[in-house]
Design a protein around this ligand. Sequence first.
Ligand SMILES: Cc1cc2nc3c(=O)[nH]c(=O)nc-3n(C[C@H](O)[C@H](O)[C@H](O)COP(=O)(O)OP(=O)(O)OC[C@H]3O[C@@H](n4cnc5c(N)ncnc54)[C@H](O)[C@@H]3O)c2cc1C
Length: 455
Amino acid sequence: MNRLNNIAIIGGGITGMAAAYYAKQAGAHVTLYESSDRVGGKIKTVYRDGFVLECGPDGYMARKPTLTELITKLGLDEQLVRSQTGTSYIYVRNKLRQMPAGSVMGIPTKFWPMVKTDLFTWRGKARAGMDLVLPRVYAGEDISLDTFFRTRLGSEVVESMIEPLLSGIYNGTLQDMSIESTFPQFITIEQKTRSLILGMKALTPPVQAGVKPREAGKFLSLQNGLGILIEALRPSIDRLYTDTRVASVRPHEIELEDGTIEQFDGIILATSPNALGPILGIPEAERLSQLKRTSSITVLAAFDEKDVAALDGTGYVIAKAEANALTACSWMHKKWPHMAPKGKALLRVYIGSDHVPGLLAATDQAIAEFALNELRKIQHVGTPLFTKVERHVDTMPQYEVGHKQHVHAFEHALAALDGVEACGAILHGVGLPDCVDSAKQAVTRAMTAKQVVRS
Ligand SMILES: Cc1cc2nc3c(=O)[nH]c(=O)nc-3n(C[C@H](O)[C@H](O)[C@H](O)COP(=O)(O)OP(=O)(O)OC[C@H]3O[C@@H](n4cnc5c(N)ncnc54)[C@H](O)[C@@H]3O)c2cc1C
């Protein structure tokens, strides 16, 4: 084998698997090391009694095209499905209340729905309207989402709508979250139009007559679950080692936990963030590994449809002030009809990080019962056909204020390690398309370096 083609990838989540694909396409011989007993990382699809159970991510935002392009290249585009759009709710002040029509990522953009909604008091609505006249908040230095939105739209809109919607994506709190690293598009909008309401309104295309809600959906998944994406990527790997932890990486060399040393032209790190520091042993990587991460637990519960309150919509998020352990509940059978057989319902609830530490040691059954009890405070559900509990321990990196500087320092330090690249959720976005994007870029850098070596 020509050693110049020899690439090692460390970590078999979506990032590492996509990196394997791009490296293979570029003509490399690919070896992938995965410390657990399976590839897929956070993507985990389980099939049971006709249900498609997504234990981790269930779909992705189509806005960034790299993942859809990858799915198309893999020949899976026939399997693409769009989430059903429909009414969504927020549980606030002991009641499920409809999200005002025209709200985009928690920002109201339509006048009458905002006037009519029972989500906010008149004082809260008037305060949100001040966005139209307030000066710009972002002044070139990173601030938290909480500071940004509270200043622009006031506390009520933040606590009753924006916080439950946006903090759920990162399983964090708006106070911690960096606007530059999580939702920089809000900075762009504010810079352009000053008012968020007017800026978001200008961005939202009017719903055209004749366009089915299904066609307007922007959240995509695969008919047989995201697990098939991982399976389709697997043939890109020439040598796959599961149950194999990489202990350290030096230029062109990796050392496994058992002391085996192997050499490669290029090494691509696609591990979870906590592994970067120990593997690389440089302060900038240690710093990334020490950044805050949160845990969550998801519980999937399958029912006969008659045993679930008939609700018209795709689910709800829960405001923090409600003191419920759940942060959200997705009606998966409505959001993704392919995930449940006819006549059945599938709910997925998220237990927030504040309640997780006490629950981690509990049995699956105890966790499921706890989740169902919390759920019953909000909506009627009968006895489930079965439940599936998934613990996500320490997995979600928090992009706190100043995150970009840490990433920049890390990437600068990494550039000094010849033949070593890094990608994944800790760097430039936690969404699946972000991960695939970063894998593609890491492979491009690795292969460009290879060409330099060749010439
Ligand atoms: C509950 C939940 C729901 C989510 N929902 C969505 C969603 O709907 N849409 C979306 O876009 N995003 C979602 N996300 C985010 C998204 O799933 C993740 O950001 C993404 O899957 C991360 O992929 P990754 O490959 O970078 O990391 P991971 O999936 O964590 O993979 C890293 C792999 O590296 C391995 N590893 C670690 N250390 C070593 C070592 N030393 N040697 C060898 N291998 C090692 C790990 O075992 C793991 O398999 C969700 C996340 C969670 C937790």
